[in-house]
Write a protein that binds this ligand. Structure first.
Ligand code: URA
Length: 230
């Protein structure tokens, strides 16, 4: 999107006034003044006008590298929330797409588009999620086959859907599941006699955690990432 169009859409300025503000050097892109009204913006670039961040109204889609100790919720009495990790001007209306446990790290999507998040979290959608799991014990071949076929979780009467297991080292596997039951990965490993030491989500559908994001960092999704869902 062109910078003058972005500024006009996000502030209500006319296109002419937006061009004038840009020409006067009052607009920065990623912290650098930009005087070219026809500059094309990438989805991950941030724009400020007169020292204030400006964002487009309408739908927003973000990925966050969730650190441990932060709750996947909009509000919490006892812990910092994932929403609290974002700058205030980005927060309004955003919700996390599904949840990660307090101690789970990695890819969390956030949006204000309820239909989009439903397409990821709805059980019927069968959206694949990949978790990097650090185990207490090496995974036996039998346990791997059980996970791949589906296991019965404690207090449930329906086995989990078939999963994919990739053994990376003696103590680390990638587990791909298409459901989102409560504490599912930890309970699946418990069901085959193992225990999860650490859990990190690396992928949701075609959206991969950006390796450039340190824990607590976020970026907007690209158009291709948003469109890859559903
Ligand atoms: N499964 C779990 O057990 N915990 C998570 O945070 C995500 C999936």
């Amino acid at each position: 999107m062109r910078l003058d169009y972005f500024l006009a859409s996000s502030t209500g300025l006319s296109r002419k006034d937006a061009k004038r503000e840009i020409g006067a050097g009052r607009v920065t892109v990623d912290g650098e003044p930009c005087r070219r009204a026809n500059q094309h913006l990438r989805a991950d670039q941030t724009v400020q006008w007169r020292d204030q961040p400006v964002t487009l109204p309408g739908e927003r889609y973000l990925m966050l590298n969730k650190p441990a100790g932060v709750v996947s919720a909009t509000q919490d009495r006892d812990h910092q929330t994932v929403i609290g990790l974002l700058p205030p001007e980005v927060r309004p209306g955003l919700h996390p797409v599904g949840r990660l446990d307090l101690d789970t790290t990695g890819l969390l999507l956030l949006t204000n588009d309820g239909q989009w998040s439903h397409r990821i979290t709805s059980p019927r959608a069968g959206c694949a999620k990949t978790y990097r799991v650090t185990l207490a014990e090496p995974l036996t071949e039998e346990a791997q086959l059980q996970l791949e076929a589906g296991v019965l979780l404690r207090d449930e009467d329906r086995p989990t859907a078939p999963a994919t297991v990739k053994v990376l080292t003696d103590s680390v596997i990638d587990l791909v599941i298409t459901e989102g039951r409560y504490h599912q990965v930890k309970r699946m490993l418990a069901a085959v006699g193992n225990h999860v030491h650490a859990l990190h989500r690396v992928r949701i559908g075609a959206i991969e955690l950006d390796p450039g994001l340190a824990p607590g960092q976020w970026r907007s999704l690209t158009e291709a990432e948003v469109d890859s869902v559903g």
